[in-house]
Design a protein around this ligand. Structure first.
Ligand code: ADP
Length: 515
């Protein structure tokens, strides 16, 4: 099959969070299973350019639209870890993608509406007819609307569109005039069955548009699929999702098992094998973790210790429970453990709060806070730690618990979203004992954190055989993209195939006139 992803992140060239990892892992597995994949991204100035191979101009002139204005774009192609990417360089007077950041500009809505329109214009002009146009989250959720209301009427035809929701919290709410800049009549989309926001009735909601117009909608875990249809998890769109339930599916993310493999991980000081793990191989895991920990603690000027090392690697935003992470740090240190937090945040007040705590921990010897985004350090921490804590208020899928499991690090998680689909409590789960791989708690409060953390630290200290079976169960879990990819392929196949439709795109790049 031929799949085109249109997205705003791709690991490792443009990664903010899990979305970038998902694009990378899913695309690689699709290719491995024999399919053709192209990924369209903005050509940000802050791309990790050293990861791009064969970067070259594919099309020098692609005219696109921003309201009444017409702007040229250059389309570049390149390879990223064997994946074909197409990068849109916008020659727009507002330098939409030359801001040194991926998100966080005052005009993000306009930036990504322009990107969505230009990406569709490119597919149309280039005559690309994939079986599926797969878009991700609010920044590209407008594409299914453009496809149906602008490009099909122009004679363009693909198999259909798929929207994957990686996070319900961010929906791209804007004014009708923002939408008009894409060439649609913004006001006419301000109706309940189209793009009208469910609480601010004068606003357009881009994510809602994607849900209403896409051929299929997926989200990143079966449990999150249920949660987003409730008042607590739907962020106002629960009824829209319930209405569209038939085309909604929860598909659990995997991880890229080549990139996240302690046996081949070039960021580690000591590599160790966790694939095909059994009891005989456990000593080399323990030795590997020990040596990585020694290196990490020396680097961070922590005292050498055999006490349990608890870690967290996260964006520090309200969703991730920053106050609960602080509490976990305090409890761990009180119980004689060590704690390392690697976190970055766009929120000034959270940054200040953690910077203060970082100062307090200076010379402490058992706790470290790193306010940074650092891939190499993240790998080392996953390998060195004994426990990994995720006290999220909500978590669509969560990748860090999966990575922790792969590295033999036992997760402690709040039972929400994909965390509840992947981590099973050693004491309370109803799953078979051989599947139990961590510690869970129900409520996102200090008591909940303590319930998970105390049991985990006590188990580490006083029940070695239970501890080792937890590690083994975690490392044995299949975390690959294989089965998720089969599920996505089934969805792609359910779409109407472009070849079966007589009304193929008439575009040849010359005759077409855009709306
Ligand atoms: P989200 O997408 O909500 O940020 P996920 O758990 O789905 O959360 O994915 C987070 C990804 O980002 C993981 O690959 C994790 O290792 C990485 N990550 C998060 N924070 C940092 C950081 N400060 N430094 C390096 N990597 C990070």
């Amino acid at each position: 099959m031929y799949i085109i992803h249109i997205a705003t992140e791709l690991a490792p060239i443009a990664k903010v969070g899990g979305l970038g990892d998902v694009l990378h892992g899913l695309s690689k597995e699709l290719i491995r299973q024999g399919h053709t994949v192209e990924i369209i991204l903005p050509k940000y100035d802050c791309l990790q350019y050293e990861e791009l191979k064969n970067l070259k101009v594919e099309h020098r002139e692609l005219w696109s639209f921003d309201g009444p204005h017409r702007y040229n774009n250059t389309i570049w192609s390149a390879q990223v870890d064997g994946l074909k990417v197409l990068l849109i360089e916008a020659h727009h007077p507002q330098y939409f993608f030359s801001r040194g950041v991926i998100y966080g500009c005052h005009d993000d809505i306009d930036r990504f509406i322009y990107f969505s329109r230009t990406a569709m214009e490119y597919l149309f002009k280039a005559g690309k007819q994939p079986h599926a146009i797969h878009v991700h989250d609010w920044p590209t959720a407008l594409i299914p609307v453009l496809y149906r209301d602008m490009y099909i009427p122009l004679g363009y035809q693909a198999g259909g569109t798929i929207l994957t929701i990686h996070n319900m919290e961010h929906q791209g709410k804007c004014h009708p005039h923002n939408l008009s800049r894409a060439g649609l009549r913004g006001e006419s989309y301000l109706t309940a069955d189209k793009m009208q926001d469910t609480s601010s009735l004068s606003l357009i909601n881009l994510l809602k548009g994607g849900i209403e117009y896409a051929s299929r909608v997926t989200t990143v875990s079966p449990n999150y699929e249920k949660e987003i249809q409730t008042v607590e998890g739907g962020f106002g769109l629960q009824d829209v999702l319930k209405k569209q339930q038939k085309k909604l599916r929860g598909i659990l993310n995997g991880i890229d098992e080549e990139f996240w493999n302690p046996e081949k991980d070039s960021y580690l000081i000591k590599k160790y094998q966790t694939h095909g793990i059994d009891k005989q191989l456990l000593p080399q895991v323990l030795q590997g973790k020990k040596e990585n920990r020694r290196h990490l603690t020396t680097h961070l000027q922590l005292k050498e210790s055999n006490a349990p090392l608890v870690a967290s690697i996260t964006r520090l935003v309200p969703q991730k429970g920053p106050a609960l992470l602080k509490h976990a740090l305090k409890t761990t240190l009180e119980k004689g453990g060590q704690f390392i937090l690697l976190g970055s945040t766009p929120i000034q007040s959270i940054h200040q709060e953690f910077a203060l705590l970082q100062k307090e921990l200076h010379n402490h010897g058992h706790g470290a806070i790193l306010m940074d985004k650092d891939e190499s350090l993240a790998h080392l921490i996953f390998a060195a730690a004994d426990l990994f804590i995720i006290p999220s208020l909500f978590e669509p899928c969560g990748l860090t618990q999966l990575i922790a499991l792969r590295y033999g690090t036992v997760p402690i998680v709040r039972l929400t979203g994909g965390l509840a689909d992947t981590v099973f409590d050693i004491d309370t789960s109803t799953r078979p004992v051989a599947e139990r791989n961590g510690f869970t708690f129900d409520f996102p409060d200090n008591k909940g954190v303590d319930w998970g953390l105390n049991r985990a630290i006590d188990c580490f200290k006083s029940d070695r055989s239970k501890w080792e079976s937890l590690m083994l169960n975690g490392m044995k879990k299949d975390l690959s993209w294989k089965s998720a990819t089969v599920e996505y392929l089934n969805l792609y196949r359910e779409l109407k195939q472009p070849q079966e439709d007589g009304n193929k795109s008439k575009s040849n790049g010359k005759k077409t006139k855009s709306a």
